[in-house]
Design a binder for this molecule. Structure first.
Ligand SMILES: C[S@@+](CC[C@H](N)C(=O)[O-])C[C@H]1O[C@@H](n2cnc3c(N)ncnc32)[C@H](O)[C@@H]1O
Length: 227
């Protein structure tokens, strides 16, 4: 029997699927449509989409017992490194019709998929731009409640701070997915995370949590903090 339970964080759920597995889920803002390989489960007339921790570092962070979950209905979000919209689509479910997620991606191929997702989810604004240069989108992105970055590139912390300075409200939150191997393959991941944390602190940012994403992602952490 399929079953549904509220997660401790608003707008998140635990769905027990017919095979007996308990999965994290959001309510599908676009019923009947999948965005990636997630499962759709209808219970009590509501359609849920499973939120896959192997495909989304945000879902992985939640399953690794993240304490801070600031995503709320009506939030404005800036998302850097949107790819084809996997995580973006779940944030779109959470923030609802009155929220907005400005989704920056520089790969034309990924952007094409992201545009398809945005056609039926009006709170997603796909932006074809390079996150290193926020001046390219400063006229269309509002002040935001959260900046989320997952670009898997060197200089991740610097890119984050450049965007935070322009767009993040004072007291707003940031999420930075750090892939150790994208920064330096010759160094130990722990050494890299320490350097990234020090760099964020040097920008005057406050770090709230650092979550190791094993077993969902190898050599990755999610750093969560505040401006
Ligand atoms: C690891 S993937 C992101 C996955 C996505 N966050 C998700 O969970 O669905 C990293 C993405 O960042 C994009 N990217 C890398 N550097 C970028 C930059 N400077 N500006 C914009 N996008 C960038 C890549 O093209 C790639 O699609």
């Amino acid at each position: 029997m399929s079953e549904i339970k509220k997660h401790e964080f608003d707008k998140l759920f635990w769905v027990t699927t017919k095979d007996g597995n308990v999965r994290l889920a959001t309510i599908n803002a676009n019923p009947g449509k999948k965005v990636y390989t997630e499962r759709l489960v209808t219970l009590g007339g509501v359609e849920y989409r499973t939120f896959d921790p192997y495909k989304s570092k945000l879902a992985a962070s939640i399953l690794k017992k993240m304490n801070v979950f600031p995503f709320k209905e009506n939030n404005k979000i800036l998302y850097l490194g949107a790819a084809s919209g996997t995580t973006v689509s779940h944030i779109s479910d959470i923030i609802g019709e009155k929220g907005s997620i400005s989704a920056v991606e520089f790969s034309t191929r990924s952007l094409r998929d992201l545009i398809t997702v945005a056609e039926t989810r009006k709170n997603i604004i796909p932006i074809h731009s390079d996150a290193r240069f926020p001046e390219g989108y400063s006229l269309i992105v509002p002040n935001v409640d959260i900046v989320y970055e997952d670009v898997a590139q060197p200089f991740q912390a610097e890119i984050l701070n450049t965007n935070i300075e322009v767009f993040l409200k004072k007291g707003g939150y940031f999420f930075l997915a750090v892939k150790a191997r994208s920064i330096d393959v010759t160094k130990e991941p722990q050494e890299i995370y320490k350097k990234v944390k020090e760099e964020l602190i040097s920008y005057g940012l406050e770090i709230l949590e650092v979550i190791d994403l094993e077993p969902y992602e190898k050599d990755h952490v999610m750093i969560i903090g505040k401006k």
